[in-house]
Design a protein around this ligand. Sequence first.
Ligand SMILES: [Zn+2]
Length: 459
Amino acid sequence: MNEHFSEQQAPEPRVSEPQAPAQPAEAARRRRVIVWGAAALAAVLAGALVCVAVSSAEERNARDAYRAAVARWQAIGGDAAPGSLSSELQGLDGEIAAARELAAVLPEALVGVDARTALEGAATAAQQTAAQHGGAGDTRGPASVAEPEDAAKLRTATQRIEAAIAAREGAGQSDDAALAAVTEQRRAVVAAVDTARGALVTVVADQAAGLTGASAEARQALAAAGESLAAAPVAEAAASATALTAALDAARAEHEAAAGPAAAANIDDPASIAVVVNKQRPLQPISWEPGDLRMPAGIPNPNGQPLRAEAATALEAMYAEAAAAGVPFIITSGYRGYGLQSSLFESYTARDGLAAVETYSARPGHSEHQTGLAADLDDGSGCSLDSCFGDTAAGRWLRENAHRFGFILRYDAGQQPVVGFIYEPWHFRYVGAQVAGDMRARGIANLEDYFGLPAAPTY
Ligand SMILES: [Zn+2]
């Protein structure tokens, strides 16, 4: 059985190589593998070295390009907005605000509408210009980003910087036009401010000249405030204008306090008890009629002519004292309307001739009797409407006491060149106790001088 098995295993040596010659072939193969492996490894290593060399050259070029781009970017101004336009825009903003502020504080009464309109117009136009160019400086670049490490990132960063440089150069060109527009608007705003402040300074100087009642200090302060406004920078013009008008108000208050009731009186309104009517100052409207006429109570009044209520009350008080003093009087004339004055003037003219009438009777619309504030008084001693009334007991008492009741002797002796009428010691005009008392205290003989009005000798 063993033999048989041994026979059956006999072909095995045929398929396998003989042991002795197999040893040298294997060694050779191993050497080849080693050689080719080493060669391949060397090739791979060499290739890698070449790759590394190429890669670092590219990176160096990219870094150089990046650094050059950064240098160009920095050379045109870094990563800030273009300086000149942005600073101009900032300055314009401040001046627009200052112009608006100045327009707001300029008093209508002191500066013409033209100056205010010019200021507002310039401020609005400048604001539009500033709004148009407000975004022109937005060309920020990436120069402040840390330098990238690899070539691809360096190239991307370089492209961004170059794009920013191109945008910046384009913006720089449009900035030139914007800068010109902004500069022009700035000039317009400053010119309008100068016009308005000039108008204010001039008007205040004119008014200051008339404030003779103000103290020297107040007048000096006013002059100094005018000089300050004239020299103030645009941004301070509004504050200086406010200071100037405050100084004017202070000087005016002093002047009015010194001038007394005259400064506060309304001499133009026919309804004012201080209205001044003479040959140069007709009532306006010329046929004006008072609305509060009444008959003075308890005073003989043969012609039945009323007075305005306030004058009637004052005359009643005056009559009571005069009567108590033994010098009672009568009313020969009070309110005379435009129509009555017309017919009187015509009949006097027919009787005495126009030249004579003009000296003692007013044309309709120019008579104090039409105000309802004048009364002709008499004492029945034969001096009615005659200069001799001034020498009567009643006439003397009235001259000395009328002011206490708010009346003045309107046409005193020697006043015709100013008041336009001969001496009329019978004609008393109600002006209120303040004005009458002030005129008496200051020795002022007529309303024209008291209110600083021109003389009115003729029409
Ligand atoms: Zn009269």
